[in-house]
Design a protein around this ligand. Structure first.
Ligand SMILES: *Cc1c(COP(=O)(O)O)cnc(C)c1O
Length: 378
C-alpha cells in the first residue's frame, strides 16, 4: 500500500498531505489515560484509515502500543512485515476459507465470527498438532460480524469445538457509542458481560474510540480505538484530540469574471459581482467529496475562501476575491484541511462522517510524515 503509484517530487506535486505521527501517538496516549494501564490497542485497518499502516503502526509501536487490529488477512500480512514480533496483530474479519494458512504463517490472530470460522481454525490447529490463539467476537447488537446468541449457546454446550484453541480475547462492537444516551449501549454492555463470563480466561474488549468516552464499565481489558487516533471527534461537538492531517492543494490558475458569470459544471454557482476565481488542484478523485460543492471552505494564508461551484474530479474552484492578485502565484498552496478546518468540519459540510473523509483521501498526494526528529525541518 505504501508503494507510490508514481513517485511525486514535492516541487511538482499538485497537493501535499502531511500526516503528523506525533499527533497520532499523543492521541493514543490521551486515549490510554482514560482506560487502565496497558489497555489501549490501535485499529489500523484500511491502511490506517488511509494514512499509511506502516508508518502509523511503527510510530504507535514506538509509543508503546502492542495490540493492533486490521480488518483483513492481507492487511495483517503487510502489518506483520513492518512490526516487531512482540506486536499482536488481530484480524477483525477472521479468515475466509483458505486464509487460515496465511494467518498462521504470519502470526496473525483471527477474530472468529462464526462457528464455521471456529471450525476451520480448529481444524488447522489439529492438523498442526498445535494450540492456536484466537479471539471470539460476539454479536451483541450490530448484526454485522460475530457469533450469534445461538452460536454462543452451541459453543458453551459443546466446549470441544474450542479444543486446541486458546481464546486470548473476547470482543464485541458497539452500535452507537458516540451517542452516550442511546439505550442500545447498556443493552450491549449487559449482553457482553454475560457472554464474557462464559469465556473468562482471555481478555475482554468492547470499546471503540467513542466507547472510551463512555462510562468505564465499557472499557474492560482492551480498548480498540481507530478513528480517534486520527483526530476524529469521539462525540459530536466534543474533540479533545489533536488534528493529524493537513491537506494542501496548489493553485493552478485564476481568472476575473464578471457579475452573472457561472462557474463549473452546470453553473451551480453564479457571480453576483465581479469576482476572482482560483482553481486548486484537489478534486473528488482525491477524496474531496463532491457533496462539499458550494459548501466547504479552503484557506489561503489564513484567509477563508469559499468553495464555489461543483467539485470536479481533479480540481475545485474558490472565490478568491479577498486575496490580493499578487499573492496568487501558480503553485501557491491553499489549505484544504488544517487545524482550523479539520476532517470533522469538512465531514459536516459534505454531509458525511470524518471516517469517510479520511479513508477517501487519495494517492495523488505527495505524502509527508511528521515525527519529532523532523519537526524542525518545517
Ligand atoms: C473499525 C473497528 C474499530 C475501531 O472503531 P473506531 O470507531 O474507528 O474507533 C473497533 N472495533 C471493530 C470491530 C471495528 O470494526
Amino acid at each position: 500500500m505504501d508503494a507510490d503509484r508514481f513517485s511525486l517530487s514535492q516541487e511538482y506535486a499538485c497537493a501535499l498531505l502531511t500526516i503528523d505521527l506525533d499527533a497520532i501517538c499523543a492521541n493514543w496516549r490521551l486515549l490510554g489515560e482514560r482506560v487502565r494501564p496497558g489497555a489501549c490497542g490501535a485499529v489500523v485497518k484500511a491502511n490506517a484509515y488511509g494514512l499509511g499502516a506502516a508508518p502509523v503502526a511503527r510510530a504507535l509501536y514506538r509509543a508503546g502500543c502492542r495490540e493492533f487490529f486490521v480488518a483483513q488477512v492481507e492487511e495483517g500480512v503487510h502489518l506483520r512485515s513492518v512490526l516487531p514480533s512482540s506486536a499482536l496483530v488481530y484480524v477483525l474479519q477472521g479468515c475466509l476459507p483458505g486464509g487460515e494458512q496465511a494467518c498462521l504463517e504470519h502470526d496473525l490472530i483471527p477474530v472468529l465470527n462464526s462457528l464455521d470460522q471456529v471450525e476451520r481454525w480448529q481444524s488447522l490447529a489439529r492438523r498442526r498438532q498445535r494450540v492456536l490463539d484466537a479471539a471470539l467476537q460476539f454479536d451483541t447488537g450490530m448484526a454485522r460480524l460475530g457469533l450469534s446468541p445461538a452460536d454462543a449457546d452451541r459453543l458453551e454446550a459443546e466446549p470441544e469445538r474450542l479444543h486446541s484453541l486458546r481464546i486470548s480475547l473476547v470482543l464485541s462492537h458497539l452500535v452507537a457509542a458516540e451517542v452516550a444516551e442511546d439505550p442500545v449501549n447498556l443493552l450491549q454492555l449487559e449482553r457482553f458481560r454475560m457472554l464474557r463470563a462464559k469465556w473468562p480466561h482471555g481478555r475482554a474488549s468492547l470499546a471503540n474510540s467513542s466507547g472510551i468516552f463512555l462510562d468505564q464499565a465499557f472499557h474492560f481489558d482492551l480498548a480498540r480505538p481507530g478513528a480517534a487516533l486520527y483526530g476524529v471527534a469521539p462525540k459530536p461537538g466534543v474533540n479533545p484530540l489533536r488534528p493529524v492531517v493537513r491537506l494542501q492543494g496548489r493553485l493552478i490558475q485564476w481568472r476575473e469574471i464578471e457579475a452573472g458569470t457561472g462557474v463549473g459544471y452546470n453553473h451551480t454557482w453564479r457571480a453576483t459581482r465581479r469576482a476572482r476565481i482560483a482553481t486548486v488542484a484537489v478534486g473528488y478523485a482525491d477524496g474531496y467529496l463532491r457533496s462539499a460543492s458550494n459548501r466547504a471552505r479552503l484557506r489561503f494564508q489564513g484567509t477563508e475562501v469559499p468553495l464555489i461551484g461543483r467539485v470536479s474530479m481533479d480540481t475545485v474552484t474558490v472565490d478568491a476575491s479577498d486575496i490580493p492578485a499578487a499573492a496568487l502565484t501558480p503553485g501557491a498552496l491553499f489549505d484544504v484541511l488544517d487545524s482550523a478546518q479539520d476532517i470533522n468540519a469538512l465531514a459536516a459540510q459534505a454531509g458525511t462522517n470524518a471516517y469517510e473523509i479520511l479513508t477517501s483521501l487519495g494517492d495523488r498526494f505527495q505524502r509527508r510524515y511528521l515525527s519529532k526528529p523532523q519537526l524542525s525541518d518545517i
